[in-house]
Design a protein around this ligand. Structure first.
Ligand SMILES: Cc1ncc(COP(=O)(O)O)c(C=O)c1O
Length: 498
C-alpha cells in the first residue's frame, strides 16, 4: 500500500443503505407515536417473564445483525416492560411522565452530536438561553449563573460544593480539607432527601456534617431549633456553613419556611441552598407560587426539569446567585481546553460550571418544549397536579376506610387504608400488600413511606397525563384491594388456609 493508495477497506458506522435506514427510522417514529398514544390502554407495569429477563443476558455480540432485528428485540422484550412513569396512574416516585416533543429533542440533540462542555456553537447558545430562562422562572437576579446537569442529585452537589468552597475559610480547591480552620456544619430538616448524604460524602465532609433539624407537625424545618443548633455548634468550635431548605419534601411535599430561613441565613452569615427538585418550579404556577415565596433569596438552588417540566429523563439544573463563586469552584485551566479569541473555542466554556468536561445537549428538549407550549402552560400543569392532589385528598376524606396521614400542600398525598381494629404492624403489612397488588395488576403505582414514625401510602402526582377519573379509580381500587387483602390477612392470623 502506498501513501496515495485510497483503495482499501475503511469502515464507518453510517448505514450502508440510507433509504433502508430512513424506512426503519420512520417505522420507529410511527411505533413511538402509537406507544405514547395508547399508553392509557396498557397496564402500567407488568412482571417480566423469565425468558424476557434471560434475553438480556446473552453474550457480547461479536458480529453484526440487521438493525431491524435489534429493533424487533426492543419492541418485543423491552417496550412491554417499562417502569410505567409515562402512564397516567404512575404516582410511586416523584418523576415526570416525559413528553413527545422532549423525546424528539433528545433525538435531534444526538443527531447534532455536540459536546457542550466547550465550543462556540449554537448548541451552547441554546443551553445558556435555557439556563437563563430557568433563572428568570425562579426569580434569581440577572447575572446569576446556572448549569444543566443530569439530575437533581447532581444539581444539589453543584450548589453544595459551591457553598462548601465559599464558606471554608480557606482556598479549599488549592489547599484541600486539611487546611480548613474549623470543621463545617450543614443543616437540613429531618425530611431532607438522601442525595444530600451522598453529597456530604462526595464533598469529603462526611454525613456527620449534615445536621438534621427536627421538623414540626407540618413536616417543615423547625427554624427555632435550627437557630439553637447553629449556636451550639458555633460554641463547640464548628463553622456553621450552610442551611439546606427543601421546597417540596419527598415524603409529604412540605415546603420549609423559606423567608424565615433566608432571614436567619442573613443574621448568621450562612449560605442558603434550596433543594427545589420537587417544588422550585411552583414559582411559575399562578395559583400556588405564593407557597415558594422567598426561594429567590437563596444563594444556590437545585431543581429537576424531568420532574417539574415533565422533560424526558434526564435533566436537572443548578443555579448560583454569585456567578464568580460558581465559576471559581469548578473552572480549571487546561491548555487543550483554552479559550481563543476566534474559531470553535471562542466562547464561554460550560464545563467551567460543573464537574463534567463532556456533556450532552440536554437543553434542546427543554428549549423545544418551552417554545412549543410557552412557559404559562407548564405553570398551569403544576397547578393542575396540585389541584388533583387536593381532589384526591377530598376523596380520601370522604371514604371511611381511608385516612389522610399528612397535610396535602402540593401534589403529594399521604394516606392509609384503615378498616379499624387492626394493630399498627398488621395495618402496615396490609398497606404494603395493597401497594404491591396495585403494581402487579398494573392498575396504579403508589409508594409507601414512614413519616414521623407512622407508616403511610403516598401518591406523588407529578404526571401531566393524570385525570381525576384516575384518582377515583385509585380510591376504589385501594378500598377493594384492601378488603380482599384484609380478609386474607385476618384469616391468616387465625390460621385459616384458603
Ligand atoms: C427533594 C428531592 N431532592 C433531590 C432529589 C433527587 O433528584 P434526582 O432523582 O433527579 O437525582 C429528589 C428525587 O426525587 C427529591 O425528591
Amino acid at each position: 500500500m502506498t501513501a496515495q493508495d485510497t483503495n482499501f477497506a475503511e469502515e464507518t458506522l453510517d448505514p450502508a443503505d440510507w433509504a433502508k435506514a430512513r424506512a426503519l427510522a420512520h417505522r420507529m417514529v410511527d411505533d413511538a407515536i402509537d406507544h405514547l398514544g395508547g399508553v392509557r390502554d396498557r397496564p402500567l407495569w407488568q412482571a417480566m417473564p423469565a425468558a424476557v429477563r434471560a434475553s438480556f443476558s446473552g453474550p457480547l455480540p461479536q458480529g453484526p445483525q440487521p438493525l431491524e432485528q435489534v429493533y424487533s428485540e426492543i419492541t418485543t422484550s423491552l417496550m412491554p416492560h417499562p417502569m410505567g412513569n409515562i402512564h397516567p396512574r404512575f404516582w410511586i416516585w416523584y418523576m415526570g411522565a416525559g413528553n413527545f416533543t422532549g423525546a424528539l429533542g433528545d433525538f435531534l440533540a444526538a443527531i447534532d452530536g455536540a459536546n457542550l462542555g466547550v465550543g462556540n456553537t449554537a448548541t451552547s447558545q441554546v443551553d445558556q438561553q435555557v439556563t437563563d430562562w430557568i433563572r428568570g422562572m425562579i426569580g434569581f437576579p440577572d447575572g446569576a449563573s446556572g448549569t444543566l446537569v443530569n439530575s437533581g442529585s447532581m444539581a444539589n452537589i453543584i450548589g453544595l460544593m459551591t457553598a462548601r468552597n465559599a464558606m471554608a475559610g480557606v482556598d479549599l480547591r488549592q489547599e484541600g480539607m486539611d487546611a480548613m480552620p474549623q470543621p463545617l456544619r450543614f443543616y437540613a430538616s429531618d425530611q431532607v432527601h438522601s442525595c444530600h448524604c451522598k453529597a456530604m460524602n462526595v464533598l469529603g465532609l462526611g454525613k456527620k456534617a449534615l445536621c438534621k433539624v427536627p421538623s414540626g407537625d407540618a413536616f417543615r424545618m423547625d427554624t427555632g431549633k435550627l437557630k439553637a443548633m447553629i449556636q451550639v455548634d458555633r460554641a463547640g468550635g464548628f463553622r456553621p456553613a450552610c442551611v439546606i431548605a427543601t421546597a417540596g419534601t419527598t415524603n409529604t411535599g412540605s415546603i420549609d419556611d423559606l423567608p424565615a430561613i433566608a432571614d436567619l441565613r442573613a443574621q448568621e452569615g450562612l449560605w442558603m441552598h434550596v433543594d427545589g427538585c420537587i417544588g422550585a418550579l411552583i414559582a411559575i404556577a399562578p395559583d400556588h407560587r405564593h407557597l415558594v415565596a422567598g426561594i429567590d433569596r437563596a444563594d444556590s438552588l437545585a431543581l429537576d426539569l424531568h420532574k417539574g417540566l415533565q422533560a424526558p429523563f434526564d435533566v436537572g439544573c443548578a443555579l448560583v446567585r454569585d456567578r464568580r463563586q460558581h465559576r471559581q469552584t469548578f473552572a480549571e485551566d487546561a491548555e487543550h481546553l483554552r479559550k481563543r479569541s476566534r474559531g470553535i473555542a471562542a466562547a464561554e466554556f460550560l464545563h467551567d460550571y460543573n464537574l463534567d468536561t463532556s456533556r450532552g445537549f440536554r437543553a434542546l428538549k427543554i428549549w423545544m418544549m418551552i417554545k412549543e407550549h410557552g412557559v404559562a402552560k407548564f405553570g398551569r400543569l403544576i397547578d393542575q397536579g396540585i389541584a388533583q392532589a387536593k381532589y384526591l385528598d377530598g376523596l380520601i376524606g370522604d371514604e371511611v376506610m381511608l385516612e389522610l396521614m399528612a397535610p396535602t400542600v402540593i401534589d403529594i398525598v399521604c394516606f392509609r387504608y384503615n378498616p379499624g381494629g387492626l394493630d399498627e404492624g398488621t395495618l402496615r403489612d396490609l398497606k404494603i400488600e395493597i401497594m404491591l397488588r396495585l403494581q402487579e395488576t398494573g392498575v396504579a403505582a403508589v409508594s409507601d413511606t414512614t413519616i414521623h414514625g407512622r407508616h403511610s401510602l403516598r401518591a406523588a402526582i407529578c404526571n401531566h397525563r393524570t385525570r381525576r377519573a384516575d384518582l377515583n379509580l385509585l380510591v376504589a381500587e385501594v378500598v377493594r384491594t384492601g378488603e380482599l387483602a384484609a380478609g386474607a390477612s385476618i384469616k391468616r392470623s387465625f390460621g385459616i388456609t384458603e
